[in-house]
Design a protein around this ligand. Structure first.
Ligand code: R5P
Length: 324
C-alpha cells in the first residue's frame, strides 16, 4: 500500500473478529494488539497495546449479537483512540444493529438508528464505512462521511457463476425492498416481483404476488434474515403462485431464535448470504452459503486510505479491483 503521511492501523473487536482478521490478511498487515476485558458486572475495559498517535485507524466491528456489548466495545475503543491522539478514526461496520429502527411508525417510538449514529459520532469517529444499511437514508443520520458499500454484486455473481440465470425472477419479500430487488435484477436482466405482504409479517400466511412468477426460478432478495419467518412465508407464497424453484439472497444472516430450523424447513434450494455476521457455534442452515466480504472491506479501506474514489472498487463487470 502506498505511503501516506499517516500510517494505517487496523483493529478488530469481538463482533465478528474472524472477518476483521481475514480483511487484515487481504490488506497484508496484521490487526494491532488490543486487550478487551468484559468484567463480571458487565463493564468493558479496552487497552490498545501500541501507539496510534497520528495514525489513520480502521476499527472493524459488526454490531451483531450480543448487540449492546458490541456497540459498547465500539464506543469505548473510539474514545480510547481519540484520547490516544489517533489522526483519523474510521469505523467499519459490516452490520449495524438498530438500523431497522429508522423512523417513528407509531406514537412514542424511538428512532434508535439515529441514537446509535449520534453515539458513534459523539464518541469521536471521523468516518463510517457500512455495508447494506437497512435504509440508505441512515447515512444522513451521521454528520460525518458515510461510505455505504453494497454486497449485491457479490451475491448476484454467485448465482450467475452457478448457472442460476435462466427464466429468473427477482423477488422482494415486501414493498420496501423493491430497490434492492431492482439492483439485483440488473445483473440477470430479469423482471422483479413483490410479495404483497400486508399487516403483521408474523402471520405466516400465503400472500399474493405482484408480478409473474409461474414456472420461473425465483430469487428472493433481502437485506436481513432475522428469524427467517419472512423468507419462509415468502417461499410458501411463491410456490403457491407457481414458482418452480425458490432461492434466497441476503446480506446479513442474523439467524436469531430458531431461524436455522425454520430455514431448513422452508423449501428453499439455497440461501446465499455474506459473512457480515458470524455465529461462533457454526450453526447455520444446511443449504446456506456464506460469501466473504473481506475483499470488499479491504478494497474500501485501501481506497479511502489513499483518497481514491470508491466508485473504482469495481470494474465495468462489477468485479472487485484489488491493487495492493
Ligand atoms: C425488514 O424490514 C428486513 O428487511 C427483513 O425483511 C426482516 O428483518 C426479516 O425478518 P425475519 O427474518 O425475522 O422475518
Amino acid at each position: 500500500m502506498s505511503d501516506t503521511k499517516h500510517n494505517i492501523k487496523l483493529i478488530g473487536l469481538n463482533g465478528n473478529l474472524p472477518l476483521a482478521e481475514k480483511t487484515a490478511e487481504v490488506l497484508g498487515f496484521p490487526l494491532i494488539k488490543t486487550s478487551i476485558k468484559h468484567f463480571s458486572d458487565g463493564e468493558i475495559n479496552i487497552n490498545i497495546n501500541e501507539t496510534v498517535r497520528g495514525d489513520n485507524v480502521y476499527v472493524i466491528q459488526s454490531i451483531q449479537d450480543p448487540v449492546n456489548e458490541n456497540l459498547m466495545e465500539l464506543l469505548i475503543i473510539i474514545d480510547a483512540l481519540r484520547r490516544a491522539s489517533a489522526h483519523k478514526i474510521n469505523v467499519v461496520v459490516p452490520y449495524m444493529a438498530y438500523a431497522r429502527a429508522d423512523r417513528k411508525t407509531k406514537a412514542r417510538e424511538p428512532i434508535t438508528a439515529k441514537l446509535v449514529a449520534n453515539m458513534i459520532e459523539e464518541a469521536g469517529a471521523d468516518r463510517v464505512i457500512a455495508l447494506d444499511l437497512h435504509a440508505s437514508q441512515i447515512q444522513g443520520f451521521f454528520d460525518i462521511p458515510v461510505d455505504h458499500l453494497r454486497a449485491v454484486s457479490i451475491l448476484a455473481k454467485f448465482f450467475l457463476d452457478e448457472g442460476v440465470k435462466e427464466n429468473v425472477v427477482i423477488v422482494s419479500p415486501d414493498h420496501s425492498g423493491t430497490n434492492m430487488a431492482r439492483k439485483f435484477a440488473e445483473f440477470f436482466d430479469a423482471p422483479i416481483a413483490i410479495v404483497d405482504q400486508r399487516g403483521s409479517h408474523y402471520d405466516d400466511a400465503v400472500h399474493g404476488i405482484i408480478g409473474e412468477v409461474e414456472g420461473a426460478t425465483a430469487i428472493i432478495v433481502d437485506d436481513i434474515i432475522d428469524t427467517g419467518i419472512r423468507l419462509s412465508y415468502s417461499t410458501k407464497s411463491l410456490k403457491a403462485a407457481g414458482a418452480k424453484k425458490v432461492y434466497a439472497a441476503a446480506t446479513h444472516a442474523l439467524l436469531s431464535k430458531n431461524a436455522t430450523e425454520i430455514l431448513d424447513n422452508a423449501g428453499l434450494e439455497q440461501i446465499v448470504v455474506t459473512d457480515s455476521i458470524i455465529h461462533e457455534d457454526g450453526h447455520y442452515p444446511e443449504n446456506m452459503v456464506r460469501l466473504s466480504v473481506d475483499y470488499l472491506l479491504a478494497a474500501a479501506i485501501q481506497h479511502i486510505y489513499e483518497n481514491k474514489s470508491l466508485h473504482d472498487i469495481f470494474d465495468d463487470n462489477q468485479n472487485l479491483i484489488m491493487d495492493l
